[in-house]
Design a protein around this ligand. Structure first.
Ligand code: G3I
Ligand code: 9MR
Length: 546
């Protein structure tokens, strides 16, 4: 009984849980104020309701009416129907509709492996030869080192083939935190990667592939090189076709602290599997901390002949706080505790808070873990601050057009929406509140189609996912479907690619998105945009059960 879907009805294209709130939106003008829901198995109407008042959705520049169908609890597959002519994307009411996405968003990291063949067994249609072995990488002249070093493995950052320490550490750290919260997520065998069957958690195995690269990026003095990239971006080629020289770029304070934080965290997670390896990482992390503490203002700027991603950030204090938190959690040493109590960060969320500032939350989450011993007043204060910011974020979610936490859409806005949900999710673990659950669920609704673009924002997932992401191997292989499981950047009001992309005239913030390869500013994929996703999907699955 499936009818073709209209883009004017926006909802979570995967589904809704039986007992949670269910909201969708209709965009545009229509005579009717009522809606019905059709059961696709029988073709029968099983639910009827009235849409809410028309309201201007400023961020998308549209008029929308929202409708609430929380009353429909019967498991099944459905379409919303309006005025006998418009049908929504099909969606489920059930318990398993997130299962495929949960696997895909973590599996995406395997597909990003540098220096590794993607095999038929583990990669299916997206198998490919290894690219960028990085066994002999040249030091850029600005490092003043000369010569070469081996820096293999790790994940490609995004749609490009660079490897960037800040973003790699931050993303891997957020994934590790997810395992701290949900240790049973992605057990051995669940991701079908080459390490499956070694009795170690599959996501942890995947993260180790990144850790092995990250650990190569430290200089003898403890400082950490910012990135490993070519001088310019390549065209849309397959990884194994890259033939331009790759360079180790100069050191930075942010990369050094991110490295320290991540490797300390990794050491903690890996101790039971390989004590020696864990000890090596911890030693490296401590050395990085020392260098960073003595050199907190070495800000990275691209050398004159380099244009690849800068990941510039002139304030390393958030990274340093995160590093102190992880090193303290590992060692219990006074030096790190002193830093923490003297540098408690402001957790207030501000528009534009992106990857540069999210690390402070990671530090706080680590410190709030029951196993981490802190003076009681410090722990209480951190908890209070977390609740204050979560209440503010929840309020934002409830206020903005499609119940998403963001009203200022910049590069990678989909990650901002998710990181807001992540913080709210952590507040819920600290102080359970049904309002927090609703806010996380509605952020996921946004991600999977209840938004101003009408797309489910994850490749291969949902009825209308992006097909033309800015991801070089997805573009260069001859397969129509992009490599699955990637969250694309999402609406970006700055439209830095505007000279190449035909955005709608006077595009609103939410319409500053285009599913075309050229749109690197709205439709690229990136490690850190996928990093919050496993957590929030799993949070939702747990919430849906109760
Ligand atoms: O912070 C300012 C904000 O204060 C201002 O209001 C706003 C409006 O112009 O701009 C904000 O800065 C933006 C910054 O992202 C915020 O994070 C810059 O304009 C914007 O150009 C910058 O984009 C970064 C982009 O690289 C270009 O350098 C993204 O954050 C970053 O995620 C992205 O990362 C790239 C890597 O460089 C290369 N690999 C792919 C990856 C994903 O696209
Ligand atoms: O393709 C590049 C993408 O991977 C980067 O994230 C992005 C931002 O640094 O830049 C893209 O490259 C574009 C370049 O910055 C400007 N000219 C067009 C390039 C894409 O075709």
């Amino acid at each position: 009984h499936l009818r073709s879907a209209s883009d004017l009805i926006r909802l979570n294209q995967l589904g809704y849980f039986s007992n949670t709130t269910k909201i969708g939106s209709f965009v545009g003008e229509i005579e009717t104020t009522s809606f019905t829901i059709i059961d696709l198995k029988t073709g029968k109407e099983v639910f009827a309701g009235n849409m809410g008042e028309e309201k201007p959705a400023e961020l998308s520049g549209e008029t929308i009416r929202q409708f609430d169908f929380s009353g429909l609890k019967q498991l099944g597959t459905y379409q919303i129907k309006l005025d006998n002519e418009l049908y929504s994307h099909p969606f489920e009411i059930g318990n398993t509709f997130y299962d495929e996405a949960l696997i895909a968003v973590a599996k995406s990291y395997y597909y990003q492996r540098a220096g590794s063949e993607i095999t038929d067994e583990h990669g299916g249609r997206w198998k490919r030869p290894a690219g960028h072995l990085d066994q002999k990488v040249e030091f850029h002249s600005d490092t003043k080192k000369g010569g070469f070093t081996a820096s293999p493995k790790g994940w490609y950052d995004a749609g490009d083939f660079g490897k960037y320490i800040s973003n790699g550490s931050f993303s891997a750290g957020q994934l590790l935190y997810t395992l701290e919260r949900y240790p049973n997520l992605y057990p051995d065998g669940s991701l079908n990667i080459p390490e499956s069957g070694n009795s170690i958690n599959d996501l942890l195995d995947e993260i180790k592939y990144e850790a092995d690269w990250i650990a190569t990026m430290q200089d003898k003095d403890g400082g950490v090189f910012h990135k490993l990239t070519t001088k310019r971006f390549s065209g849309a080629i397959m990884p194994d076709e890259g033939d331009k020289t790759r360079f180790i770029m100069p050191k930075s304070s942010t990369a050094t602290f991110d490295f320290a934080a991540f490797l300390a965290k990794m050491a903690r997670h890996y101790k039971t599997h390989d004590e020696d390896q864990a000890q090596k990482w911890l030693t490296q992390a401590k050395k990085a901390w020392e260098w960073g503490s003595q050199n907190p203002n070495v800000n990275f700027k691209n050398p004159d002949d380099v244009v690849t991603g800068e990941y510039g950030d002139d304030d390393s204090s958030q990274e340093q706080f995160w590093a102190a938190a992880e090193l303290y959690a590992c060692t219990g040493e006074q030096e790190y505790l002193n830093f923490i109590v003297n540098n408690i960060p402001d957790l207030t969320y501000a528009n534009g808070d992106g990857w540069q500032s999210f690390m402070r939350y990671l530090g706080v989450f680590t410190l709030l873990n029951d196993n981490v011993v802190l003076p009681t007043d410090v722990k209480d204060m951190l908890k209070k601050k977390l609740i204050v910011v979560a209440d503010d974020l929840t309020n934002r979610v409830q206020t903005f057009d499609y119940q998403q936490g963001v009203n200022d859409f910049q590069w990678g806005s989909n990650s901002d929406v998710q990181n807001v949900a992540f913080v709210i999710g952590e507040a819920h673990h600290s102080s359970p509140n049904p309002v927090y659950v609703d806010a996380v669920l509605s952020s996921l609704n946004y991600l999977f189609g209840h938004n101003g673009t009408g797309y489910s924002m994850v490749t291969g997932i949902g009825d209308k996912p992006p097909l033309n992401v800015h991801h070089r191997h997805s573009k260069a292989d001859s397969i129509v479907d992009p490599v699955p499981g990637f969250v694309c950047g999402g609406p970006n009001d700055d439209r830095q690619d505007g000279h190449e992309v035909d955005y709608p005239e006077n595009a609103s913030q939410m319409h500053s998105y285009k599913d075309v390869w050229e749109s690197y500013a709205s439709n690229e994929v990136c490690l850190n945009w996928n990093a919050p996703t496993p957590y929030i999907i799993y949070f939702a699955i747990e919430a849906g059960k109760s």
